[in-house]
Design a protein around this ligand. Sequence first.
Ligand code: DDH
Length: 292
Amino acid sequence: QSGKAALNFTPTKEDYQKVYNKVVELVEDAGDYDDGSYGPVLVRLAWHSSGTYDKETKTGGSNYATMRFEPESTHGANAGLNVARDLMEKVKQEFPWISYGDLWTLGGVCAIQEMSGPKIPWRPGRIDGFAANATPDGRLPDATQGADHLRNIFYRMGFNDQEIVALSGAHALGRCHPDRSGFDGPWTFSPTTLTNDYYKLLFDEKWVWKKWNGPKQLEDKKTRSLMMLPTDYVLITDKSYKKFARAYADNQDLFFKDFSAAVSRLFELGVPESQWVTSEPWEMKTKEEQEA
Ligand code: DDH
């Protein structure tokens, strides 16, 4: 269907900017969802649609948007992402020519930029795949595990330790939901604004195991209102991760620069070079820039 649309319509950067603006509008219209925004869950959708990539077999990644299909849509790690997919479906109705992979990753870019994050260079070219392209369960990180597990998962995507730490800073955004992951609570006091607070809090607060019936997670001793997953906490216990976490805690500009580069690459995983419509990724304009 999208192939047919592509025959008589070649979208330009301005057309994609319209899609971006529609996402902004829908997020605004949606009102006070969760901590006040659908932004975080849109970032998570873009990440989970990309983070299935395996560089050895060149399978997974954002190209085919296979999370539309069962069983990938019902994988434990994707619990709750139907909320984000349903919101993006409203965008798709207005812009039927865009592929789901482009739509979801652009939604993530939009959410990060509009939540005060850095520009995330992005380009279109993903195509809709089939259920047969879906990846097996277990490719996304398991929050109950440790440093080695993180390396296994992210090295498989082609990332190094520095990039693992930079990407994890996305947890400045959003929260854990007991009915989705089983974990509970936000990582920072400003879950709809991207900052380097995630790293600062890791170092500055005293983290203790939460006493509850849920899965093992940490809480800050002072307010008991913030949380860290076991996989977050290893960023300051593992020697290699720790030096990057320290650098990001001390310098938000450095975090933004490295986060932007790593996320841009993350969202492109699994897309063959020949599919890109431009060799240079674009910087989409924020709502604020367009109003200026
Ligand atoms: Fe994450 N993440 N994530 N995460 N993530 C959760 C929520 C959010 C892990 C586990 C969880 C990244 C890395 C990891 C976001 C972005 C990113 C939740 C809670 C769990 C559990 C889900 C729920 O209950 O609703 C683990 C483990 C890792 C890891 O090992 C590194 C990365 C790389 C990103 C990224 O975007 C680059 C965001 C945003 C959320 C908040 C979602 C929401 O609805 O709010």
